[in-house]
Design a protein around this ligand. Sequence first.
Ligand SMILES: [Zn+2]
Length: 118
Amino acid sequence: MAEETGQASSVAGSCHCGAVRIEVPAPPEWVASCNCSLCTKTAWLVAYYPDGAVKVEGETVPYAWGDRMIGIHHCAVCGCGTHWRTLSEDFGRMGVNARLLDGFDAKAVEVRLFDNKG
Ligand SMILES: [Zn+2]
């Protein structure tokens, strides 16, 4: 580990096939594990960042679920869930699937259980 300089260091990540690359400004301090019908199936662990602070390169396919105003993106090639972004109203943040980040260890961060069932 590099010595802490007080400056958060960015973390890179990618989907399984490498077609999509993601860079976030800092490692997540906590992630969300949500029990809604979609997250139950996709098993994302979501880290939140300000929209615009995250770089996403490569082709992703958005999935808009019902009337929820977010696009849930996955890699067009390997299908890994990559990130979500708002489709309309800007709520100032977006979600990144922390599982894609290099060196991510779910045991090393706080996992907050979000109860969004139903
Ligand atoms: Zn991929």
